[in-house]
Design a protein around this ligand. Structure first.
Ligand SMILES: NC(=O)c1ccc[n+]([C@@H]2O[C@H](COP(=O)([O-])OP(=O)(O)OC[C@H]3O[C@@H](n4cnc5c(N)ncnc54)[C@H](OP(=O)(O)O)[C@@H]3O)[C@@H](O)[C@H]2O)c1
Length: 289
């Protein structure tokens, strides 16, 4: 079974390396070819287009930033869709709009009716991707899920099948809606405490001792206090996912004022901080004063 992996960014890089570590035969493609050096060294074959990846692989995994990036690799003369023939299995692990996921599924079925499709967005950031401890949420063709389960287990510690598309996209967006609001709460609290002149270490200790203490407060709180904004989960992807949550709330006529407020705060600092970690929302709040 040959796997094609498209997208070697923060997450895709480690996910592909974990497949290689487990002896999987891998074709890779990334817009910026330099990012595939390590994979080639470990036995992967770099192919020059997504079309080639589709032609020469049985299973094709996509891990890109957003739906614009996904259409960039699926469409056009050298796109993935052009290379589909027979029964191929396509898995999109990028976080994209639920509507776009459905549209992608339909495009694939029109071009290649025998092909199977799964959406499989992930929970967990750079370290879980590196350690192979992601949580993988899958929806779509059950046959594809059964085929992929062993490969998912090489990249994640927990895999869930949720039924039809776009249930996994919905769940992923709601997870990040909660995460974004929580991140915003921490950033605002730390900002106010700093302005008042409280000791950073005392507020950190208290927040992490109370009933709502959580891993994100520990990791991101520490990073903010140490002025460390090295990118794990990019600010721009957090804003993208909050935007999806705002749109989803509108579509389902749900009142989500906190989601809109935190999304707007992310938008305010977007140009300045988009490539830093999502915890740079703290700088975005202080920067706007
Ligand atoms: N980082 C996290 O903690 C995390 C956690 C869970 C889920 N996710 C989701 O996983 C996905 C990937 O995240 P990431 O952090 O790995 O992103 P990333 O580091 O920004 O990588 C993005 C990937 O998309 C490619 N890309 C971007 N625009 C493109 C375009 N127009 N045409 C073709 N390729 C394009 C990039 O290619 P180049 O290398 O050429 O730029 C790169 O391979 C996102 O949907 C994100 O929301 C991320």
């Amino acid at each position: 079974m040959k796997i094609g992996f498209i997208g070697l960014g923060i997450m895709g890089n480690f996910m592909a390396l974990n497949l290689l570590k487990n002896g999987v035969a891998l074709n890779v493609y990334n817009r910026t070819k330099e990012k595939s050096k390590e994979h080639i060294k470990k036995g992967a074959t770099f192919l020059d287009s997504p079309k080639d990846v589709a032609k020469k692989s049985d299973i094709i995994i996509i891990m890109l930033s957003d739906s614009k990036a996904v259409s960039n690799i699926t469409d056009g003369d050298y796109g993935l869709l052009e290379g589909l023939d027979g029964e191929k299995t396509i898995i999109n692990m990028s976080t994209i709009e639920p509507d776009y996921s459905v549209a992608l599924f339909e495009k694939i079925k029109i071009k290649s009716p025998a092909s199977l499709f799964l959406e499989a967005p992930v929970i967990g950031s750079k370290i879980p991707a590196k350690e192979g401890t992601l949580i993988i949420l899958a929806a779509g063709d059950k046959k594809a899920y059964d085929l992929l389960i062993d490969y998912f287990n090489m990249m994640g510690k927990r895999v869930m099948y949720l039924g039809g598309i776009p249930k996994a996209s919905y769940l992923k967006i709601i997870n990040n809606q909660i995460m974004g609001i929580t991140m915003g709460a921490l950033a605002e609290g730390l900002n106010l405490s700093k302005k008042i002149g409280l000791d950073d270490n005392v507020i950190y200790d208290i927040v992490n001792s109370g009933a709502f203490a959580n891993q994100m407060f520990q990791l991101k709180g520490k990073n903010i206090i140490e002025n460390n904004y090295e990118t794990n989960f990019p600010y721009k992807h957090m804003q993208k996912d909050l935007d999806f949550a705002v749109k989803l709330s509108g579509e389902f006529k749900v009142f989500s004022p906190l989601t809109s407020a935190i999304n707007n705060s992310y938008i305010l600092g977007y140009d300045e901080f988009k490539d830093e970690d999502m915890c740079a929302i703290y700088k975005s709040l202080t920067f706007k004063k």
